[in-house]
Design a protein around this ligand. Structure first.
Ligand code: IPM
Ligand code: MG
Length: 362
């Protein structure tokens, strides 16, 4: 059975890094007999330019019909003055919401080769392996009412709503505990229960869900402290679970522990394990078009895709080993470069990973 991957390169460096990920998939197809086909569609600013909407109907249908989705990145200064309803980000948020991809898994793993690339001391980060689970289809990103208005004093006012139902909290809670069972059996739930009622409920429901998982230790942390602990002593964490916006912020923070945000893949899953896979970084307009972006986060997202959506751990590990081989060979894109290593561009990094992959087939 040939499975289908919808490929949405998006904007900025999205197209450059997805091109490298496709080389990896091609290699798996040709050299390892992986039965996948890919089909591309537009999303974000690219879709807005071509079709007047960041989230065309045909992109949604392609993603619905596909077995998994691989996405690059969306957004850029070119579209920043557009109305919110047609901003590139709406394409990505629309997709997450339409496909009900509520569980966003963002692993932050420090490769030993990159210890020197992190801005933190080696002893603080070496051996780091944490997983941030971000609720992705609720919270303040989607809560109603939202908007802008003129208040009674005649001033402009902006407002958003942080809202979670208990079932939304419960289902992400189950994902967190089940994932922790396959790791080190520790879940830290991050909230702001001292101030926000919504996250007070979050904490309550997490405690209820934890009763089903006596083998997993649950702890709670306020989000401000969690941000501090992530840079103070990140290895104390195993699985962190949190609401949409806190997860957005904490995962960028965690990314820097690993040397570069260019290293972090992610999986966004629905209730049945169907998923969209994307690097956690954005479209990086400042370096777009220069061919210097790090394709590793996207290539590792392909590994996550094979593992989670196609249940193909062997191919996933093969990709992960090829990435390690390229790093072992001393190759570094600008973002992870340090003295004594060799600076390469996006395509050179992709090619090196493909060569390592190919070489593993003997
Ligand atoms: C992310 C990004 C997105 C988000 C943007 C591009 C809408 O920052 O995936 O972390 O805020 O979720
Ligand atoms: Mg983000």
């Amino acid at each position: 059975m040939t499975r289908k991957i919808a490929v949405l390169p998006g904007d900025g460096i999205g197209t450059e890094i997805v091109a490298e990920a496709l080389k990896v998939l091609d290699c798996l197809r040709q050299d390892f007999g992986l039965a996948v086909e890919t089909e591309e569609a537009l999303i974000g600013g690219a879709a807005y330019d071509a079709k007047g909407t960041p989230f065309p109907e045909e992109t949604l249908s392609l993603c619905q019909a596909a077995d998994a989705v691989l996405l690059g990145a969306v957004g850029g200064p070119k579209w920043e003055s557009l109305d919110y309803s047609v901003r590139p980000e709406r394409g990505l948020l629309g997709l997450r919401s339409e496909l009900e991809l509520f569980a966003n898994l963002r692993p932050a793993i420090l490769y030993p080769q990159l210890v020197g690339a992190s801005t933190l001391k080696p002893e603080v980060v070496s051996g780091l392996d944490i997983l941030i689970i971000r609720e992705l289809t609720g919270g303040i990103y989607f809560g109603q009412p939202r908007g802008r208005r003129i208040n009674e004093k005649g001033q402009r006012e902006g407002y958003n709503t942080l809202v979670y139902s208990e079932s939304e909290i419960r289902r992400i809670g189950h994902i967190a505990f089940q994932t922790a069972q396959k790791r080190n059996r520790r879940v830290c739930s991050v909230d702001k229960a001292n101030v926000l009622e919504c996250t007070e409920l979050w904490r309550e429901v997490m405690i209820e869900v934890s009763k089903d998982y006596p083998d997993v230790a649950l702890s709670h942390m306020y989000v401000d402290n969690a941000a501090m602990q992530l840079v103070r002593a990140p290895k104390q964490f195993d699985v962190m679970v949190t609401e949409n916006m806190f997860g957005d912020i904490l995962s960028d923070c965690a990314a820097m522990l690993t040397g570069s945000i260019g290293m972090l893949p992610s999986a966004s899953l629905d209730q049945n394990g169907k998923g969209m896979y994307e690097p956690i970084h954005g479209s990086a307009p400042d370096i777009a078009g220069k061919g210097i972006a790090n394709p590793i986060a996207t290539i590792l997202s392909v590994a996550m895709l094979l593992r989670y959506s196609f249940d193909d751990a062997a191919s996933a590990e093969r990709i992960e080993r090829a990435v390690v081989a390229a790093l072992d060979a001393g190759l570094r894109t600008t973002d992870i470069y340090s003295e004594g290593t060799r600076k390469v561009d996006t395509a050179e990094m992709g090619d090196a990973i493909v060569s390592a992959l190919r070489a593993s087939n003997s």
